[in-house]
Design a protein around this ligand. Structure first.
Ligand code: ATP
Ligand code: MG
Length: 560
């Protein structure tokens, strides 16, 4: 294609709301345009990239034996009522009524629709296993849409759902999908890691996330420095340890006037935060609970969810009504049940609140406390790896994919049964597999850029090469050569962009560099005098002179 035929609105400055580099560069390179918070138009260059990512995903899914279909964006409430999620799913689910006042939502995911489909069309065990996928628009009314298409409200997902007769069959497809995701992210040229993820009530190793490693990632990923253990921080679990306390200190009540935060208390008393205990008050369906953690640890809300169900942090008024003193809550004589994190319960001679305004205890111990222990915390750098090998290192990751064994959660609720071998109805077992297709583009840019712009991996660049003729509109010689090379490339099936604008060379170079086009050929009168073209790769500063007659075969060798 020719640049003058295309809308490529490159710009020097990024908008103020673009905090991360991928968002800045996607706007500056003219790939996307913001319509409203979390809603973006894919401009022609952005769409070319998107279609390339989709093509790779589609090819690998087809290779893995999955079949493509396409489900509606709008979904009737009845299906969600059947699965129980109409009430469970929070405000991320955008709900609306049609003209007949029937309730609908915009699909944030498609378990309900596909399970309904399976219930209709899958009748016999002989049809199983089956794996369906689509590449389709999702809507989630995210509380904080940000980072451009990385966390948008409308985005494109590849979502797949498999149906099985039993767990063994599900595991087999799950393993195939795991490998398929590796193939996809390899082909996309990403530096990624599959990591263990929280699988809620299903448990076990039945969920993996695929993370692209990048400092801007919203997730924390833990790796062992000695083994191949890798897990989302949410998932890293700890077991109970033995408490060994010798020669206990004398407990003392010390005045800590208006000192409430763990940082300030630790500093004031000159102790390590790890030697202090903080107590959090939460509200569960089963009443208020107190959770005790080591001062340097953070609560893992997913673990609490799995242990106690949905919960909220108690408000200041609620804390007051329980006769607790916010900032000075301790672990002894509480009016609510106390659950102690495994690493807090092994502390000896610790600091904690005295349950009295302006006082903390030093030299406190667990004597006299009815210890109810659990794993409540997030991992921190340097923790022992849960597999017993090495220490944990924490890195940032962008979740680009997620595979999950669902079991019979949806198939049971929505009657997705088949007739089994014995003639009796069997509830199918399901797996689901997502890739954030639009998020992948942002993630690829986070890993591939320099001070001039994007450095796209070859597989997803909007064009494979650009021809930049200098004085295209003035020198017929340059124009003839550029047109000839352009035609040759088109005929050879190369995705080539001819920059036919009346622009200065510097601007044309800058734009193609911003866009991340991997290969560039420059033609000018000087080059024509020497019978050469100039070649430069986006990811290499060196320029090369190539004989004009050899330009096509040269570029072909670069593309292979
Ligand atoms: P996150 O924790 O980032 O919100 P999620 O757990 O909600 O992700 P899934 O429901 O597993 O995500 O969705 C599958 C994939 O869809 C994710 O791995 C991610 O790549 C992508 N995705 C999810 N939410 C968004 C979003 N708001 N914008 C862009 N992509 C998204
Ligand atoms: Mg989410």
């Amino acid at each position: 294609m020719k640049t003058t035929q295309l809308l490529i609105p490159t710009q020097k400055e990024a908008p103020n709301d673009a905090q991360v580099i991928s968002h800045q560069l996607m706007i500056r390179a003219g790939l996307i345009s913001k319509l409203a918070s979390g809603l973006y138009t894919y401009l022609p260059m952005g769409l070319r990239i998107l279609q390339k990512v989709e093509a790779i995903v589609r090819e690998e899914m087809n290779k893995a034996g999955a079949q493509e279909l396409l489900m509606p964006v709008a979904q009737p409430a009845e299906l969600w009522q059947e699965s129980g999620r109409w009430d469970e799913y929070g405000p991320e689910l955008l709900r609306f009524n049609d003209r007949h006042n029937r309730e609908f939502c915009l699909g944030p995911t498609h378990e309900e629709v596909i399970t309904n489909l399976a219930a209709q069309y899958l009748r016999s065990y002989k049809q199983l296993p089956m794996n369906f996928y689509q590449i389709q628009t999702k809507f989630r009314d995210e509380i904080r849409p940000r980072f451009g298409v990385m966390r948008s409200r409308e985005f494109i997902m590849k979502d797949a759902y498999s149906f099985h007769l039993d767990q063994d069959s599900l595991q087999e497809t799950y393993d195939v999908m795991h490998q398929t995701y590796c193939n996809i992210f390899d082909r996309l040229g990403l530096d990624y890691r599959p990591v263990l993820a929280d699988s809620g009530s299903i448990g076990g190793d039945s969920s993996h996330e695929f993370h692209v490693l990048a400092d801007s990632g919203e997730d924390a990923i833990c790796f062992s420095d000695e083994s191949d253990y890798a897990a989302n921080i949410e998932k890293v679990s700890f077991s109970k340890q033995d408490r060994v306390c010798t020669a206990l200190a004398d407990e003392e009540k010390v005045l800590t006037k208006k000192i409430t935060s763990i940082e300030d208390v630790a500093q004031f008393l000159s102790v390590d935060k790890a030697q202090c205990i903080k107590t959090l008050i939460i509200k569960t369906a089963d009443g208020f609970k107190a959770l005790a953690l080591r001062g340097d640890h953070e609560l893992n809300e997913i673990k609490v969810n799995n242990l106690l169900g949905e919960f909220d942090f108690a408000t200041d008024d609620e804390i007051k009504s329980l006769d607790l003193k916010k900032g000075f809550i301790g672990v002894k004589g509480l009016s609510v049940d106390l659950i102690v994190d495994y690493s807090a319960s092994v502390l000896c001679d610790f600091v904690c609140g005295a349950n009295e305004w302006d006082y903390h205890l030093t030299g406190a111990n667990w004597q006299g406390v009815d210890l109810n222990e659990a794993d409540l915390r997030n991992a921190i750098q340097g923790d022992d790896s849960p597999d017993g090998k090495g220490k944990l290192v924490i890195k940032r990751g962008i979740e680009v994919g997620h595979i999950f064994q669902l079991g019979d959660k949806y198939s049971k609720a929505m009657n997705a049964n088949v007739i089994g071998e014995s003639g009796k109805a069997v509830t199918t077992t399901m797996g689901c597999y997502g890739i954030g297709v639009t998020r992948v583009i942002a993630a690829a840019i986070e890993q591939n850029y320099d001070d001039r712009g994007i450095v796209f991996p070859q597989g997803i660049a909007p064009f494979q090469m650009v021809i930049v003729p200098i004085n295209y509109n003035k020198s017929t010689r340059v124009k003839d050569l550029a047109d000839t090379l352009y035609q040759q490339c088109l005929e050879a099936g190369i995705e080539v962009l001819l920059d036919d604008r009346k622009e200065r060379a510097g601007i044309m170079f800058a734009d193609s560099e911003l866009l991340g086009i991997p290969h560039r050929m420059v033609l000018s009168d000087t080059h024509a005098d020497n019978g050469n073209v100039e070649y430069k790769a986006r990811n290499n500063a060196d320029k090369l002179e190539v004989k004009f007659e050899e330009a096509l075969s040269f570029i072909q060798s670069k593309l292979n």
